[in-house]
Design a protein. Sequence first.
Lengths: 803, 220
Amino acid sequence: MIQNYFKIAWRNLMKRKFYSLVSILGLSVGITFTLLIGTYIWGELQVNADLKNVDNQYLIQSKWKQADMGVEIATLAPLAEALKENYPHLVENFYRFDGITSTFANKDKIFREEIQLGDSTILNMYGFKLLHGDATTALNQPYTMVLTAEQAIKYFGQSDVVGKTLTVESFSGSKKDFMITGVLDKLATNSITNLLNSTKSPVLMSFESSDYFGRGQFNTWNNPYNVGYITLKEGVKPESLAKPMAKLIKANAPTNISDNLLPYLTPVKEVYREANNGIVKKTIFTLTMTALFILLMAIVNFINISIGNSFTRLKEIGVRKMLGSMKGQIIRQFLAESILIALVSLLVALILFEIFQPIFGQILNKTIPSLLSITPYFFVFAILLALLIGLLSGMYPAFVLSNIPSIDSLKGKLKSIKENIFFRRLLIVSQFSIALFVGVGASVITKQVNYFFTKDLGYHKEAIITARVPRDWSPKGVEKMETIRNEMTKLKEVNNATLSYEIPETNSKNSIGIYKMGQDSTQAIYIPSLTSDDKYLETYQIPMVAGVFFQNKESSFQAGKMVLNEAGVKALGFKSPAQAIGQIVRLHFSPQSYTIVGVTKDFHLGSMHQAISPLAFMNVKENTIFRYLSFKIREGNIAESLSAIQHKWTELMPGSVFEYTFMDDTLKKLYQSEIQLKKASELATFLSVIIVVLGILGMVSMSIARRTKELGIRKVLGASSISIVMLFLKEFIVLICISIVIAFPLAVISMNSWLTGYAYRIELNWQIFIAIAIFFSLMIAFFVFLQTFKAALTNPIKSLKTE
Amino acid sequence: MLALKNIFRWYNSGVNRAFVLRDVSLTIEQGEFVSIMGPSGSGKSTLLHIIGMMDEPNEGEYSFMGHSVLKIKEKQRAELYKKHIGFVFQAYHLIDELTVYENIETPLLYHGIGASERKSMVADILDRFNIVGKKDLFPNQLSGGQQQLVGIARAIITKPNLILADEPTGNLNSKQGQEIMELFKTLNDEGVTIIQVTHSEKNATYGSRVIELLDGRIER
């Protein structure tokens, strides 16, 4: 019987090739998109899934009452260890690390690597497997390290490198050999090694090596910049740690911290999805909805065409009933047909999947696996999806048609024709609404993303490159770097250069407590600091509002000077920039007082999600930390300028790598997820337009076929070609209007809520909506016109004859 | 075999009832060959549909082989006509997507008959009707007479006791029509009860009895 169903289904498909093609094309587009997104989501859900005992793993995060005192992802350095020591009945284990970067070298193979200076517990606690070396002892000794097989191959060309050494640079410029005691197997993405950098694995070093990097004294209760993890004992709820944490902080941390800090535990398996305001979670949600909607649109086409075709199927149903078919058998036959279409579409979709998988991976910045290497569950899911689509889209026609009395169907009477038209229009309106909504969404997102790159940032990002420099964080080291900077500036290819700790990449994470002379230190306001030399202003071309940037060009360095931005002036409570000049302030944990000598205009140091925050410029000569040299290069031949700088760099700093980034690219990284969203929404718009067009082709051609006789009569009676076209167009115009009324308010609401995530954003204006509405209407009119015009031109005698 | 008693069938058109059948009573015995005649709109087809259980009267009683048709459940009724009744139509009503062979086979599928038995039954019928050579053709590749032959083959393959034919020769030329009527005669001689609706006096002569309808009433 089933065989019989499928045989007839197949013949029906072949008989109505055009309609089958429209259905199959639309459905396969929808299925491809769903499968691609499904694979992406699957991958995202697999993050952290491989960690040992993952249900009991937690990350200690921080809420600060006063912003900028610390970062959310980190906590006080000794907290995790103290929890384990004081509450062994609650806490099973802990891992804490200090994230730094340094340069590693094996002879001429020199690379910069991220380092986790952490506890030796990491390997066992998360079940990280070593390819080589002994996991129980690997991180016990100072000056040892564990790296990944990939890194081992990068330096040595092989993975078994236990016992070999790499030269590691400290922050004071000295070099020392570290022994490799373990090589990690390839790790799946997880929130331990990839917490700070999602693509690069860090080198693991034992906490005992901290002294070498000058961070030995960092394990204190006033350092809120370490990352802390704990494993809870089986059955312990994370809430039960709230009091112990508060107690420990109260007892140990300085009051300015304990008054402001509220630590909380986040399950490690949620860290990745919740990070950056839950960007991954939001992306998953948005993409799931988009896939569902695109799929829904494709199903709408399919249902519409099945219903349209059902007029021609009535006789067959009548005959079958008369031959003794039960209602259920008719239903099954129709379902078999729609399932067959869905399965054929799945086949097409799998081919499309293979073709578009790399492109889609690029858009989402993730590797989407090819069909050849994918988990078998994928195919199970794909087939279930196809079956579900088949059932969903076959259901309505199947039940409606099988319910028509057999005599009526033999005579070809569709009693429920009115209701039918209403249902179909409802489907079309929902389809159009989705397309309009997606279209508005995509254009708003595109506008906002363009705004990121065209808005005046308060500095000039053009022709600026930045490069990390070797560290020697001492007054001598600063002096040396400044000499190098001056040498570089002498190059004719370099207009300006500056040495600094921060570049306009993210908001500064180093905050300092500042209070006015005469105030108590508890009244300090925390303001992010930017440590730089006095060339920063010129290089980035940031305008001054009042005073000077540290000192006049001709005068030399004087200690105790500070520059604020306008927001900083406000934050400290000065009435105007001019009034702030000459004021003396004091810093937490610093005996020295500082004079405010200048105020810059506000500029975007971080992304446009947040408002420009207050900023205090510290002179690198006093606060001897630095990471970057920024160059303003001469416009013109960029490749030439770069090679000139490269040349000079190796001459001045032999043994260090010149890895530069253009400011434009740094900014792109800042808005990575928005750029992704933009690309994804453009893709969704494109797909929904395809599906709408397919649907219109199908529906109009069906309705022409049904109304051939009517058209013939109208033409005989003298109707013009245009009026014939209008006959079809009229219906669609009404549907478009209804769809606009539904889609646009929803778009306004959701896009406004999306835009509120940005402190700096575009305004929604009516031009966007008008443009989308006009484009959409013209597109539909064009395709309706294309299809009907031929019918309108044919000789009426012909069409009347065929009836 | 079957008995209709005081059958009424009407449609509501606005406020008025448009009667199609008024107070029709009729008894037909096993082995009869009945022709229902009458002008257009006299209710012939409706009567045939009611007998064939494809339509229900608004009032009246109908008993078929001892079952009170209007009182039993739909499923039982379906079983009843599936088992005992075969239909033949003026417009043949073959399924366009199926070959001759498959069209004839379809009722057997609905009767749940096994594959091998199906094969031999269809082969027998094709043989008997001399259409073996046409078994893989589709309906639109056949002449009207051939299509009707397939239609009859399909109707009798389940060995029904009763064949209902709605103007079976209406779309055929006289020679083809004659052949079809001869076939019915043969079937009737084999014991199958036949009820046909026809306009043609000539066709009516093949039958044993003529019922004339006018405006929904039996005239004769």
